[in-house]
Design a binder for this molecule. Sequence first.
Ligand code: EPU
Length: 419
Amino acid sequence: MQKIIIKGGQKLRGEVRVSGAKNAALPILASSLLATGKSTYRNVPALGDVSTMKKLLADLGAKVDGRAGVANIDTSQITKFEAPYDLVKTMRASALVLGPLVGRYGEARVSLPGGCAIGARPIDQHLKGLTALGARIELEHGTVMARARRLRGATIVFDVVTVTGTENLMMAATLARGRTTLENAACEPEVEELAGVLNKMGARVHGAGTSLITIEGVDELHPLDHAIIPDRIEAGTLMVAAAITRGNVLVRDCLPDHLDAVLAKLRAAGAEITIEKDGVRVRGRDEIRPADIATRPYPGFPTDMQAQFMVLMTLARGQSVLTETIFENRFMHVPELSRMGADVLVDGRTAVVRGPTKLKGATVMATDLRASACLVLAGLVAEGTTEVLRVYHLDRGYERLEKKLRALGADIRRAKGSL
Ligand code: EPU
């Protein structure tokens, strides 16, 4: 296994480009199943989760190839309709093939994802929606089986706002007979991006990006060529890196409109933010101010930025309160940050951070993707050397983060590790 070794204390300076969005790429690659033929996707990030999705599509019979940043998926011969446990257990987003398979082929079998490091994460809303669309759902030996001759449009009201649930049902409904209405839908930019892709394929989706989405079913969809939007969470992570190191970084090619809540909190913490023609410039100030944050569905503050922001808050003069409202167990980075000297008190879904702290380098271990990013950020400002183990978590969602940080002046490298 690999580890990342960081010597803290360097101010980051320069320009960095944001890669394609993981959470847009995953549903978009799955949506290739809705058409027959070869689709080409560009700006596809080279990530662990993206290779898992490609593996899954190949396992179903798709021909998958491509070069850096490009994925060609040919769905002319889909021969299997099952997402096996081996793949689903490494990536919950494998469940995103459920909607396309049952919508296009009338049959899907997906191993139920178990709990994961950040919480229980059930898929009951996906299944409730598919049932409303006329699918028969059976659960056997830990596998969900969905069958339908042709789905029919329905009105579905989500009990909780779910990103992949909205995406799954939106995909399934594109080929249903009649109109589907999704109420209390997720408004995330990745949902809107997927709707744009589906419409380019010939679907009739309206309202994506709001909580009310309508889909007029069509008889068939066709393949397409599409470039994926930049990753707002990677962008936000790089911005926090600039702010904590009191650096001056232009984060290029990101979409500032997708980052309003993150930019607002960076400004509240004292960072200077300028929207430039090619991206967002972040200048870190010596004095970092505390900020209270509650994670919310988009356009609220993203749960996927909570762990990274906590590092900024450890450096702020005063007390910050971070409340996690999306996942029940997303403070797994706290014990590791505490080992680096952070003063954080967790009570249920709330973490109280008292600063400023002079973080100290340590060997730390991440349990999930965003927790790993948080520990890498902490290493950038810690005194001495930090080793972050289990880098595969980081690689699931960041394209060579250490390379990008090194180009900005960080003293960071990847090495072989024993754990
Ligand atoms: N939920 C249910 N039932 C469902 C679905 C969700 O109770 O059927 C609950 C979840 O347990 C959770 C909440 O609803 O408490 C929100 O979960 P959601 O379904 O929105 O999460 P997701 O779709 O599984 C996506 C991202 C996550 C991101 C969340 C929240 C993808 C592939 N994943 O997950 O990304 O944290 O939305 O914004 O889009 C990450 O990138 O690090 C990551 C975890």
